[in-house]
Design a protein around this ligand. Sequence first.
Ligand SMILES: NC(=O)c1ccc[n+]([C@@H]2O[C@H](COP(=O)([O-])OP(=O)(O)OC[C@H]3O[C@@H](n4cnc5c(N)ncnc54)[C@H](O)[C@@H]3O)[C@@H](O)[C@H]2O)c1
Ligand SMILES: [Zn+2]
Ligand SMILES: [Zn+2]
Length: 367
Amino acid sequence: MYQQMKAIVYKGTPGVKELLSIPVPTIQAATDAVVKLSYTTICGSDLHIISGHVADMQKPLTVLGHEGIGIVESIGDKVSNFKVGDKVLISCITSCGSCVYCKKGLQSHCMDGGWILGHNINGTQAEYVRIPHADNSLYNIKRYEGSIKDEALLMLSDILPTGNEMGAVNGRIDRGDVVAIVGCGSVGISALIASKTYDPKSVIMIDFDDERLKVAKEFFGADYVLNPGKVNVKEEIMKITSELNIQSREGLDAGVDVAIECVGIPATFQTCQDIIAPGGRIANVGVHGVKVDLQLQDLWIKNIQIATGLVNANTTPDLLKKIESGELEPSRLVTHHFKFSEVLKAYEVFKNSSQEKCIKVFLEFDQ
Ligand SMILES: NC(=O)c1ccc[n+]([C@@H]2O[C@H](COP(=O)([O-])OP(=O)(O)OC[C@H]3O[C@@H](n4cnc5c(N)ncnc54)[C@H](O)[C@@H]3O)[C@@H](O)[C@H]2O)c1
Ligand SMILES: [Zn+2]
Ligand SMILES: [Zn+2]
């Protein structure tokens, strides 16, 4: 193993990230594994960190990234589920497996983990990464070699569990439901493809970006797409849902059974409140930076539920099964391939994702 490695580092100065040579990580606790990365990707959260919007970011020197696939390079004495040489998927959520939150299935709040990779400890945009609590934070994916594309597997580190858990599962989508998803970025599209596996009657995608809406409809099976810059979303949804036979008592608007917010601004949460039918569920996925109004004076009578959260990444085994059976095909989320040596270029493309028609980038390390 080399002593130095290349890594994308954020030093705490907003707007600046650097490709630096830093020491290769080593085992620090008996439950750690060190993984040699084969593939990684960039997430919107990495852009948030670089913009200086993530207040509790460890400074002054953190390797970014919380998604990846790699090969186990070394393990601590207490790691029992993995051995050196195993091909593993790295979860964006580190889980000790034994604290009160892990036991409740709230791994995102693990007392010794949660979202720490590329946030509070060095992450996956590097040739090697140290994974604490390896037994509960990695998945052995060797058996999928040749049957599931690495592009599809990489989507399981973060965005597919996020779209599934915080969107489809929290929205409790039932067979025959009408679902609206506000925001058609990689998380919104992940919520769309996850939602389709729960057999909804229709999924409506809402975004200002016509190109993304087109992709959602043509490649990912959205039934309706609405651009709020061109149509009145509330009126259109009421038309669509009344055509789909969702009714309500006089004086109350009908609307969708499930509204999934995948942007993270007040206007899009407001849209969800405007379009939810009686008995409906609003699932908030977006990360909000400012205060958002809750229209309880209109909503109290509608028997709705609102769910929020940070992904727990505990549905990954279910999602793997759905990919294996062909029910889910997330590899199309990858629109751009780069070598890791081109990571700065990949960041530029991802940052300008709308113009570049980019959903997710796939970064490959030299082996
Ligand atoms: N809860 C979690 O665990 C979790 C995990 C990952 C990401 N997220 C959050 O999910 C959100 C989406 O992530 P992403 O990577 O897909 O972001 P993105 O920026 O790629 O996509 C957001 C989309 O929203 C659209 N948009 C902006 N304003 C709009 C409006 N007023 N109406 C309709 N659409 C609008 C944009 O055109 C864009 O297509 C972010 O807030 C991100 O931080 C949450
Ligand atoms: Zn992420
Ligand atoms: Zn825990």
